[in-house]
Design a protein around this ligand. Structure first.
Ligand SMILES: Cc1cc2nc3c(=O)[nH]c(=O)nc-3n(C[C@H](O)[C@H](O)[C@H](O)COP(=O)(O)OP(=O)(O)OC[C@H]3O[C@@H](n4cnc5c(N)ncnc54)[C@H](O)[C@@H]3O)c2cc1C
Length: 406
């Protein structure tokens, strides 16, 4: 069995692990620091963020100034948009990952990639058990360390290495885990079994509202934005954000059928004003189905037209007929059946209980010297650079605390 010794071991070379590594390299050059990453290279998920552009932070994110100070110091040029979203100036997520790795290496941080941490014990110091494979077979390694930063991420996007290993490791240290569920993901809806599949590929601006049976007509979530109708159901940033409100309390018998999604596809006005104007105008013989064509994308117009008396002339529509059309456009209803799973999710809701982690430093309140950073903790945020911000700031906080202690 191979043995080695470092002052600090960082488990996971993702966003929070790399931020911690670089910061430790800059603040504490005398410390020996090792990053153990189970994928063949660090930062796989960073490369996939923001559809390859990396929405690195948000001007409204907690710790924004500290995050920007860090990235400016390591030489990343960024651009902030009016809506607060911040991207690398090159618009390349790979550049962000490469820069972090290059800076860490130049500061003397060691990396062992393709090596998976299996478990961690603590006696007087930490003992990290890991395994790597090469042409000669499987090799077990024990690494001793004074400090461990557990930066293994959650379970979202398992193809990037995040398969929930950190939960098991934290649990073995006595931590409680709030059941992880996938969020920032698409929603499969019942209507797709009833013809809505024809909407696949349509994008349209709208206001998405989520209702829960128990709360009646008061939405528990509402957001305007681009709704994407996919081949399986609903997607888009506002739908992703909505999934953060769809956590179920199974003990109370809650299921996804407790939710209803309503989309207002004409939020700027009242469709009935428009229909009455047509009804009283010179083109009142226009078929009802055609009204929709000027307001909605063709596939949506056709989908709704199939649910009304579409051949009826506008002149013949009574109040009930007009309200039926308006309801379908202003409150287009969908019934969630399933959330897309871990593979498609961009974040994890749940994780290591926040009550057991120091908010400022990310140090475990149960195991001194163990830091739990990034998505592994029970924190998740809306789209817009907030999840990466949390990863950067918790990684930096852990590095600062270790530097203070050494
Ligand atoms: C497709 C996609 C796009 C996204 N886009 C954005 C965006 O634009 N903006 C934003 O703010 N957020 C975005 N996110 C979310 C964001 O990427 C994560 O919240 C963030 O990366 C979490 O950082 P982390 O350090 O906790 O974990 P990660 O960055 O997930 O890194 C964890 C690392 O630990 C490694 N690891 C896991 N287990 C072990 C083990 N046993 N041994 C060794 N290594 C291990 C993994 O291989 C991985 O490299 C996106 C997520 C996805 C999936």
């Amino acid at each position: 069995m191979e043995k080695r010794k470092y002052d600090v071991v960082i488990v996971g070379g993702g966003a929070s692990g790399l931020a911690a590594a670089v910061e430790l390299g800059m603040s504490s050059p005398d410390l020996s620091v090792l990053v153990i990453e189970k994928m063949a290279e660090p930062g796989r998920k960073i490369r996939a963020t923001g559809s390859g552009r990396c929405n690195i932070t948000n001007t409204k994110a907690a710790g924004y100034n500290r995050i920007m100070e860090f990235f400016t110091r390591i030489g990343l040029v960024t651009r902030a948009y009016e809506n607060g979203l911040v991207y690398p100036y090159s618009e390349s997520a790979a550049d962000v990952a490469e820069l972090l790795i290059a800076r860490a290496k130049s500061l003397g941080i060691k990396f062992c990639c393709g090596e998976e941490v299996l478990g961690i014990k603590k006696d007087s110091e930490f003992e990290i058990e890991s395994v790597y494979r090469d042409e000669k077979g499987e090799h077990k390694v024990i690494t001793e360390a004074d400090y461990v930063i557990l930066a293994t991420g959650g379970k979202a996007g398992p193809t990037y290495g995040t398969t929930g290993d950190g939960y098991r490791i934290a649990r073995e240290f006595g931590h409680n885990i709030v059941t992880p569920v996938p969020v920032l993901t698409g929603v499969e809806c019942k209507e797709w079994e009833e013809g809505a599949v024809a909407l696949g590929g349509t994008r349209m601006q709208g206001v998405v509202s989520l209702y829960k049976k128990a709360t009646g007509d008061t939405p528990i979530f509402q957001e305007a934005g681009e709704v994407q109708f996919t081949k399986y159901g609903l997607s888009g940033i506002c739908v992703f954000n909505m999934t953060r409100c769809m956590r179920l309390d199974r003990d109370k018998g809650e299921g996804l059928d407790d939710f209803v999604v309503r989309i207002n596809l004409f939020p700027e006005g009242n469709l009935s004003d428009y229909i009455y104007a047509l009804k009283n105008g010179e083109f009142s013989e226009m078929p009802a189905g055609e009204i929709l064509r000027t307001v909605l994308k063709a596939s949506l117009a056709d989908y709704i037209a199939d649910r009304i008396d579409k051949e009826k002339p506008v002149s013949a529509l009574d109040e009930e007929g007009i309200q039926k059309i308006c309801k379908l456009v202003h409150f287009m209803e969908f019934h969630p059946m399933r959330l897309r799973g871990w593979k498609d999710a961009q974040a994890t809701s749940g994780g290591v209980s926040l009550e057991e982690i120091d908010e400022r430093t990310s140090e475990s309140k149960i195991v001194p010297g163990l830091y739990i950073t990034g998505e592994l903790a029970d924190k998740d945020f809306q789209c817009g650079g907030f999840n990466l911000s949390n990863a950067w700031i918790t990684g930096l906080g852990a590095a600062d605390d270790i530097a203070d202690k050494c």
